[in-house]
Design a protein around this ligand. Sequence first.
Ligand code: 48H
Length: 260
Amino acid sequence: MLDETIITKAIIESYTQDLINNLHTDVIIAGAGPAGLVASKFLADAGLKTIIFERKLSIGGGMLGGGMMFNKIVVQTEAKRILDIYDIKLKEIEKGYFVADAIESVGKLTAGAIDAGVKIFNLISVEDVKIDGDFRITGAVINWTAVGMAKLHVDPLTFESRCVIDATGHDLEVVNVALRKIPNSKIDTPTGEIMGELSMNAEIGEKILLETTKEVYPGLYVAGMAANACSGGQRMGPIFGGMLLSGEKVANLIINKFKR
Ligand code: 48H
Protein backbone atom coordinates (compact mmCIF):
# COMPACT_ATOMS: atom_id res chain seq x y z
CA MET A 1 0.00 0.00 0.00
CA LEU A 2 1.43 3.34 -1.01
CA ASP A 3 1.31 5.96 1.73
CA GLU A 4 0.75 9.45 0.30
CA THR A 5 2.12 11.11 3.42
CA ILE A 6 5.48 9.34 3.00
CA ILE A 7 5.62 10.68 -0.57
CA THR A 8 4.80 14.15 0.73
CA LYS A 9 7.42 13.91 3.50
CA ALA A 10 10.08 12.76 0.99
CA ILE A 11 9.41 15.76 -1.23
CA ILE A 12 9.26 18.37 1.52
CA GLU A 13 12.33 17.07 3.37
CA SER A 14 14.45 16.58 0.27
CA TYR A 15 13.65 19.98 -1.24
CA THR A 16 14.13 21.82 2.05
CA GLN A 17 17.47 20.10 2.50
CA ASP A 18 18.53 21.26 -0.98
CA LEU A 19 17.64 24.85 -0.09
CA ILE A 20 19.53 24.74 3.23
CA ASN A 21 22.57 23.08 1.62
CA ASN A 22 22.79 25.93 -0.87
CA LEU A 23 22.28 28.96 1.37
CA HIS A 24 25.97 29.81 0.93
CA THR A 25 27.56 29.19 -2.46
CA ASP A 26 30.36 30.52 -4.65
CA VAL A 27 28.13 31.54 -7.55
CA ILE A 28 24.42 32.21 -7.97
CA ILE A 29 23.19 32.34 -11.56
CA ALA A 30 19.88 33.98 -12.41
CA GLY A 31 18.45 32.23 -15.47
CA ALA A 32 18.81 28.72 -16.88
CA GLY A 33 19.07 29.64 -20.55
CA PRO A 34 22.01 28.40 -22.61
CA ALA A 35 24.47 30.97 -21.21
CA GLY A 36 23.57 30.24 -17.59
CA LEU A 37 23.60 26.47 -18.11
CA VAL A 38 27.04 26.43 -19.79
CA ALA A 39 28.51 28.83 -17.21
CA SER A 40 27.22 26.66 -14.39
CA LYS A 41 28.82 23.47 -15.69
CA PHE A 42 32.23 25.06 -16.23
CA LEU A 43 32.12 26.67 -12.77
CA ALA A 44 31.11 23.42 -11.09
CA ASP A 45 33.75 21.48 -13.04
CA ALA A 46 36.30 23.90 -11.56
CA GLY A 47 35.08 23.03 -8.07
CA LEU A 48 32.96 26.13 -7.43
CA LYS A 49 29.64 25.58 -5.70
CA THR A 50 27.08 26.89 -8.16
CA ILE A 51 23.30 27.16 -8.18
CA ILE A 52 20.80 28.46 -10.71
CA PHE A 53 17.46 30.08 -10.00
CA GLU A 54 15.15 29.83 -13.00
CA ARG A 55 11.93 31.80 -13.15
CA LYS A 56 10.01 29.39 -15.35
CA LEU A 57 8.85 25.80 -15.02
CA SER A 58 10.99 24.89 -18.02
CA ILE A 59 14.77 25.01 -18.30
CA GLY A 60 16.52 26.27 -21.44
CA GLY A 61 15.21 29.81 -21.91
CA GLY A 62 14.99 30.93 -25.51
CA MET A 63 16.89 27.94 -26.82
CA LEU A 64 13.83 25.70 -26.55
CA GLY A 65 11.95 27.72 -29.15
CA GLY A 66 14.74 27.71 -31.75
CA GLY A 67 13.90 30.35 -34.35
CA MET A 68 10.24 31.37 -34.48
CA MET A 69 9.23 28.03 -32.89
CA PHE A 70 11.13 25.93 -35.45
CA ASN A 71 12.93 24.11 -32.66
CA LYS A 72 16.36 23.95 -34.24
CA ILE A 73 19.40 26.02 -33.35
CA VAL A 74 22.45 27.02 -35.38
CA VAL A 75 26.01 27.35 -34.09
CA GLN A 76 29.12 28.49 -35.89
CA THR A 77 32.51 26.78 -36.04
CA GLU A 78 33.95 28.61 -32.99
CA ALA A 79 31.25 27.20 -30.71
CA LYS A 80 31.03 23.67 -32.11
CA ARG A 81 33.59 22.40 -29.59
CA ILE A 82 31.24 23.35 -26.72
CA LEU A 83 28.32 21.33 -28.09
CA ASP A 84 30.78 18.48 -28.69
CA ILE A 85 31.55 18.39 -24.95
CA TYR A 86 27.90 17.52 -24.34
CA ASP A 87 27.73 15.06 -27.23
CA ILE A 88 25.00 17.10 -28.95
CA LYS A 89 24.42 15.90 -32.51
CA LEU A 90 25.24 18.47 -35.20
CA LYS A 91 24.79 18.61 -38.93
CA GLU A 92 26.92 20.97 -41.01
CA ILE A 93 24.46 22.41 -43.50
CA GLU A 94 26.94 24.82 -45.09
CA LYS A 95 30.59 25.29 -44.31
CA GLY A 96 30.79 26.79 -40.80
CA TYR A 97 27.03 26.52 -40.04
CA PHE A 98 26.00 23.63 -37.79
CA VAL A 99 22.37 22.87 -36.98
CA ALA A 100 21.23 21.03 -33.82
CA ASP A 101 17.95 19.99 -32.28
CA ALA A 102 16.86 22.55 -29.68
CA ILE A 103 15.29 20.00 -27.33
CA GLU A 104 18.33 17.73 -27.45
CA SER A 105 20.57 20.74 -26.85
CA VAL A 106 18.62 21.96 -23.82
CA GLY A 107 18.31 18.43 -22.43
CA LYS A 108 22.03 17.76 -22.69
CA LEU A 109 23.13 21.21 -21.45
CA THR A 110 20.87 20.67 -18.44
CA ALA A 111 22.13 17.14 -17.79
CA GLY A 112 25.71 18.40 -18.15
CA ALA A 113 25.14 21.04 -15.48
CA ILE A 114 23.45 18.64 -13.08
CA ASP A 115 26.10 15.95 -13.56
CA ALA A 116 28.78 18.52 -12.80
CA GLY A 117 27.07 19.19 -9.45
CA VAL A 118 25.00 22.28 -10.22
CA LYS A 119 21.72 22.60 -8.34
CA ILE A 120 18.92 24.12 -10.41
CA PHE A 121 15.87 25.59 -8.68
CA ASN A 122 13.08 26.25 -11.13
CA LEU A 123 9.93 28.32 -10.52
CA ILE A 124 11.97 30.80 -8.46
CA SER A 125 12.76 34.36 -9.58
CA VAL A 126 15.65 36.53 -8.50
CA GLU A 127 13.91 39.75 -7.51
CA ASP A 128 16.73 41.69 -5.84
CA VAL A 129 20.37 41.46 -4.81
CA LYS A 130 22.04 41.33 -1.41
CA ILE A 131 24.72 43.98 -0.83
CA ASP A 132 27.42 44.44 1.77
CA GLY A 133 28.41 47.71 3.49
CA ASP A 134 30.48 48.74 0.45
CA PHE A 135 27.56 48.05 -1.90
CA ARG A 136 29.29 44.96 -3.32
CA ILE A 137 26.83 42.29 -4.44
CA THR A 138 26.96 39.26 -2.17
CA GLY A 139 23.88 37.26 -2.99
CA ALA A 140 20.41 37.04 -4.43
CA VAL A 141 16.98 37.77 -3.05
CA ILE A 142 14.45 35.25 -4.33
CA ASN A 143 10.78 34.54 -4.34
CA TRP A 144 8.41 32.06 -5.93
CA THR A 145 7.59 33.14 -9.47
CA ALA A 146 3.94 32.42 -8.68
CA VAL A 147 4.00 35.02 -5.89
CA GLY A 148 5.05 37.69 -8.38
CA MET A 149 2.51 36.54 -10.96
CA ALA A 150 -0.31 36.69 -8.42
CA LYS A 151 0.98 40.04 -7.12
CA LEU A 152 0.87 38.70 -3.58
CA HIS A 153 2.56 40.70 -0.85
CA VAL A 154 4.95 38.00 0.35
CA ASP A 155 8.45 38.83 1.53
CA PRO A 156 11.35 37.07 -0.20
CA LEU A 157 14.26 34.96 1.13
CA THR A 158 18.00 35.58 0.68
CA PHE A 159 20.82 33.33 -0.54
CA GLU A 160 24.47 34.32 -0.17
CA SER A 161 27.24 33.89 -2.73
CA ARG A 162 30.67 35.27 -3.63
CA CYS A 163 29.20 36.62 -6.86
CA VAL A 164 26.06 36.62 -8.99
CA ILE A 165 25.69 36.14 -12.75
CA ASP A 166 22.84 37.87 -14.53
CA ALA A 167 21.97 35.37 -17.29
CA THR A 168 18.36 36.50 -17.58
CA GLY A 169 18.50 37.18 -21.32
CA HIS A 170 17.00 40.23 -23.03
CA ASP A 171 15.44 41.57 -19.81
CA LEU A 172 18.71 41.92 -17.88
CA GLU A 173 16.69 41.69 -14.71
CA VAL A 174 19.37 41.55 -12.03
CA VAL A 175 21.46 44.47 -13.32
CA ASN A 176 18.27 46.50 -13.72
CA VAL A 177 17.20 45.99 -10.13
CA ALA A 178 20.71 46.54 -8.77
CA LEU A 179 21.10 49.84 -10.59
CA ARG A 180 17.67 50.97 -9.50
CA LYS A 181 18.32 50.25 -5.83
CA ILE A 182 22.02 50.91 -5.21
CA PRO A 183 22.52 54.64 -4.77
CA ASN A 184 24.73 56.43 -7.33
CA SER A 185 25.75 53.14 -8.91
CA LYS A 186 27.59 53.05 -12.22
CA ILE A 187 28.33 49.92 -14.20
CA ASP A 188 31.21 48.98 -16.48
CA THR A 189 29.69 50.01 -19.82
CA PRO A 190 30.80 52.85 -22.10
CA THR A 191 28.17 55.16 -20.55
CA GLY A 192 28.17 53.75 -17.03
CA GLU A 193 24.48 52.98 -17.52
CA ILE A 194 22.45 50.16 -19.07
CA MET A 195 22.66 50.80 -22.83
CA GLY A 196 20.03 48.36 -24.14
CA GLU A 197 20.42 45.93 -27.02
CA LEU A 198 20.63 46.98 -30.66
CA SER A 199 18.75 45.62 -33.67
CA MET A 200 19.77 42.47 -35.51
CA ASN A 201 23.28 41.90 -36.79
CA ALA A 202 24.39 38.31 -36.14
CA GLU A 203 28.02 38.84 -37.17
CA ILE A 204 28.63 41.84 -34.89
CA GLY A 205 26.29 40.69 -32.12
CA GLU A 206 28.05 37.36 -31.72
CA LYS A 207 31.53 38.91 -31.78
CA ILE A 208 30.80 41.76 -29.40
CA LEU A 209 29.19 39.37 -26.92
CA LEU A 210 32.58 38.15 -25.85
CA GLU A 211 33.55 41.73 -24.96
CA THR A 212 30.27 42.56 -23.22
CA THR A 213 30.47 39.40 -21.06
CA LYS A 214 32.17 40.68 -17.90
CA GLU A 215 31.89 41.85 -14.32
CA VAL A 216 29.83 45.02 -14.72
CA TYR A 217 29.55 45.88 -11.04
CA PRO A 218 31.48 44.52 -8.03
CA GLY A 219 30.22 40.97 -7.58
CA LEU A 220 27.83 41.10 -10.53
CA TYR A 221 28.62 39.51 -13.91
CA VAL A 222 26.58 39.46 -17.10
CA ALA A 223 26.47 36.61 -19.63
CA GLY A 224 24.53 35.70 -22.74
CA MET A 225 21.95 38.06 -24.21
CA ALA A 226 21.96 40.00 -20.93
CA ALA A 227 25.56 41.03 -21.67
CA ASN A 228 24.64 42.62 -25.00
CA ALA A 229 21.52 44.16 -23.46
CA CYS A 230 23.75 45.73 -20.83
CA SER A 231 26.43 47.21 -23.09
CA GLY A 232 24.49 48.05 -26.25
CA GLY A 233 25.38 44.99 -28.34
CA GLN A 234 23.42 43.79 -31.37
CA ARG A 235 20.90 40.97 -31.16
CA MET A 236 21.74 37.97 -33.30
CA GLY A 237 18.62 35.81 -33.74
CA PRO A 238 18.69 32.03 -33.34
CA ILE A 239 22.43 31.49 -33.67
CA PHE A 240 23.46 30.23 -30.26
CA GLY A 241 27.25 29.93 -30.46
CA GLY A 242 27.75 33.28 -28.76
CA MET A 243 25.54 32.27 -25.82
CA LEU A 244 27.60 29.12 -25.26
CA LEU A 245 30.92 30.96 -25.58
CA SER A 246 29.68 33.73 -23.29
CA GLY A 247 28.77 31.11 -20.66
CA GLU A 248 32.25 29.65 -20.95
CA LYS A 249 33.84 33.10 -20.79
CA VAL A 250 32.01 34.26 -17.67
CA ALA A 251 32.90 31.01 -15.94
CA ASN A 252 36.58 31.49 -16.78
CA LEU A 253 36.53 35.10 -15.55
CA ILE A 254 35.15 33.96 -12.20
CA ILE A 255 37.41 30.91 -11.92
CA ASN A 256 40.50 33.06 -12.59
CA LYS A 257 39.39 35.73 -10.15
CA PHE A 258 38.72 33.26 -7.36
CA LYS A 259 42.04 31.50 -7.96
CA ARG A 260 43.92 34.75 -7.29
C1 48H B 1 15.33 33.92 -12.56
C2 48H B 1 14.99 34.56 -14.73
C3 48H B 1 14.74 35.88 -14.32
C4 48H B 1 14.80 36.17 -12.94
C5 48H B 1 14.55 35.81 -16.49
O1 48H B 1 16.66 34.21 -22.52
P1 48H B 1 17.61 33.12 -22.24
O2 48H B 1 17.64 31.97 -23.16
O3 48H B 1 19.07 33.80 -22.10
P2 48H B 1 20.49 33.44 -22.73
O4 48H B 1 21.26 34.69 -22.65
O5 48H B 1 21.05 32.23 -22.12
O6 48H B 1 20.16 33.11 -24.25
C6 48H B 1 19.58 34.07 -25.06
C7 48H B 1 18.84 33.40 -26.22
O7 48H B 1 17.89 32.49 -25.73
C8 48H B 1 18.18 34.46 -26.99
O8 48H B 1 17.16 34.97 -26.53
C9 48H B 1 18.77 34.94 -28.21
C10 48H B 1 19.99 34.33 -28.77
N1 48H B 1 18.18 35.94 -28.79
C11 48H B 1 18.63 36.63 -29.93
C12 48H B 1 17.55 37.50 -30.51
O9 48H B 1 17.86 38.19 -31.51
O10 48H B 1 16.41 37.52 -29.99
O11 48H B 1 17.35 32.57 -20.78
C13 48H B 1 17.18 33.44 -19.69
C14 48H B 1 16.45 32.69 -18.61
C15 48H B 1 15.00 32.36 -19.00
O12 48H B 1 14.78 30.99 -18.82
C16 48H B 1 14.16 33.20 -18.03
O13 48H B 1 12.97 32.56 -17.64
C17 48H B 1 15.10 33.38 -16.89
O14 48H B 1 16.38 33.54 -17.48
N2 48H B 1 14.87 34.56 -16.07
N3 48H B 1 15.29 33.58 -13.87
N4 48H B 1 15.11 35.17 -12.08
N5 48H B 1 14.58 37.41 -12.47
N6 48H B 1 14.46 36.63 -15.44
